[in-house]
Ligand binder design. Structure first.
Ligand code: CTP
Ligand code: MG
Length: 210
């Protein structure tokens, strides 16, 4: 597969845990979103930005308004990806330090035949499954657990098919897996940390010497 690659950068969240929409915070003289958009643009034939409705630029077909969930935002983005795209990546605007190598790695793995590809890191903590009231139900073997990042890359027709069926997940691969397609991992990057809480942004600013 050698066709065109488009990346959807999802930036329509409200940043509940951060306290405000973190994607518009300054990081070394440009916004967190601008960092994410720039690397996506370097590694793709085109980029669709999914933004809060108030930020959408009228007349620009490659900025679209998001939805009330991440999955809905991705669906809005997919609708603006040209029909001839063969590979679609989805990237969180809140991950400003994903490298071009990481984009290439997930894209190359789709070109080599995978339906979906996600960057993964080993988990450092022991993870437990708990009930809503906090009771421990069981402890999966840490050796079998990984922490998943974006960019995630997919065969475009697979991503379109699973999103056409609806569904919600905290990433896109979960929908792809649920439909029985194969998803493989490539090594993630420790620096590709998601800005979630204010201390994540403080860390990112220190990384760029602020
Ligand atoms: N996102 C989106 N549309 C939504 C929800 C999330 O485009 N309805 C985007 C966010 O802007 C972010 C990425 O998905 O770039 C990952 O989501 P997350 O880190 O959870 O960001 P928020 O949803 O904004 O934060 P929170 O969950 O704390 O509210
Ligand atoms: Mg969220």
């Amino acid at each position: 597969m050698s066709g065109t690659v488009w990346t959807i950068v999802v930036a329509a969240g409200s940043g509940q845990r951060f306290g405000r929409p973190k994607q518009f915070e300054d990081l070394g003289g440009r916004t967190v979103l601008e960092w994410s958009r720039a690397v996506a643009a370097d590694c793709s034939d085109g980029v669709v930005l999914v933004l809060p409705a108030s930020e959408v630029r009228p007349g620009d077909p490659h900025t679209v308004a998001g939805g009330s969930t991440r999955s809905e935002s991705v669906r809005h983005g997919l609708a603006a990806v040209p029909a001839d795209a063969e590979i679609v990546c989805v990237h969180d605007a809140a991950r400003p330090f994903a490298s071009a190598d990481l984009f290439r790695s997930v894209i190359d793995a789709v070109r080599s035949g995978a339906d979906g590809v996600v960057p993964a890191l080993p988990v450092a903590d022991t993870i437990k499954v708990v009930s809503p009231d906090g009771r421990v139900l069981h402890t999966p073997d840490r050796a079998s657990l990984v922490s998943i990042q974006t960019p995630q890359a997919f065969r475009a027709q697979v991503l379109r098919a699973v999103h056409a069926a609806g569904g919600e997940g905290t990433d896109d691969a979960s929908l792809v897996e649920a439909h029985g397609y194969s998803v493989i991992t490539v090594p993630g990057e420790r620096r590709n940390r998601k800005i979630t809480h204010p201390d994540d942004l403080a860390w990112a600013r220190a990384e760029v010497g602020e």
